[in-house]
Design a protein. Structure first.
Length: 239
């Protein structure tokens, strides 16, 4: 969801030059409002832009936001403190196992990932070339959610830079309690060992979800090739 975050900083003409295509952006608002979600799991919350947007659309929902990067987590706490209703933050990453992991903290923080970046990413977006390895705490979503009451319907949002497959692998039980998924998907491998759209699609369809569409496309600035999008999946036909 690099595209959605970038909107806060630059105009649409500049975004177009960077490869960001906002076609279908209103799909998100429709998806959230029609879903009427009472619980939102914001995985890869960064500074809290997604939580702020969701709160504006769903004033009564409970938000659980997960962000492992120290500086971004502090900003996330401040963002959530300014929101009405229940909004809690957790300084952890989510994945397929519990324990400490190395994370590649990028100078452009939305591009940070547990996975190492492919050269394709850096060549397309040179401002993402600087990374620093840090140690973060990781938990499976199933471990975190065990014993936690999730008021349905529940939305799971993923923005983890190629690590979606591992997060879903650690969430098989929790997914049974999730009504919809809003996730970043890649059509070109931008991180080493990352999953692509087809992998995410098959995983979620096997879990009983239906594909609802794409929005916030990220195009290669030079070739205009589609690199990433945000995808919506639901257990019903709300989208």
């Amino acid at each position: 969801m690099v595209a959605a975050r970038a909107v806060r900083h630059v105009g649409r003409r500049v975004l177009h030059m960077m490869g960001v295509d906002m076609t279908g952006a209103d799909l998100f608002d429709q998806f959230i409002i029609r879903g009427g979600y009472r619980t939102v799991l914001d995985v890869g919350a960064n500074e809290g832009a997604f939580a702020r947007k969701v709160r504006s659309l769903l004033p009564e929902c409970e938000i659980h936001a997960f962000e492992p990067l120290p500086v971004e987590y502090e900003k996330l706490e401040k963002t959530l403190a300014g929101l009405s209703g229940v909004a809690r933050s957790y300084k952890i990453a989510l994945g397929s196992e519990d324990g400490n992991r190395t994370m590649n903290k990028n100078r452009f923080s939305p591009s940070s990932s547990v996975l190492e970046m492919e050269s394709t990413h850096v060549s397309a977006f040179p401002h993402t070339g600087e990374t620093e390895a840090i140690t973060i705490n990781m938990r499976k979503l199933d471990s975190w959610a065990d014993g936690v009451a999730l008021r349905g319907p529940t939305l799971l949002k993923l923005d983890v830079q190629g690590y979606e497959g591992q997060v879903l692998a650690g969430a098989s039980n929790t997914l049974q309690r999730v009504s919809a998924v809003f996730t970043e998907v890649s059509f070109r491998r931008l991180y080493q060992d990352s999953v692509l759209f087809d992998d995410i699609y098959q995983c979620l369809v096997n879990q009983g979800f239906k594909f609802g569409g794409l929005c916030n496309n990220l195009l290669h600035p030079g070739t205009r090739e589609l690199l990433q999008s945000d995808a919506v999946f639901s257990r019903d036909e709300q989208v």
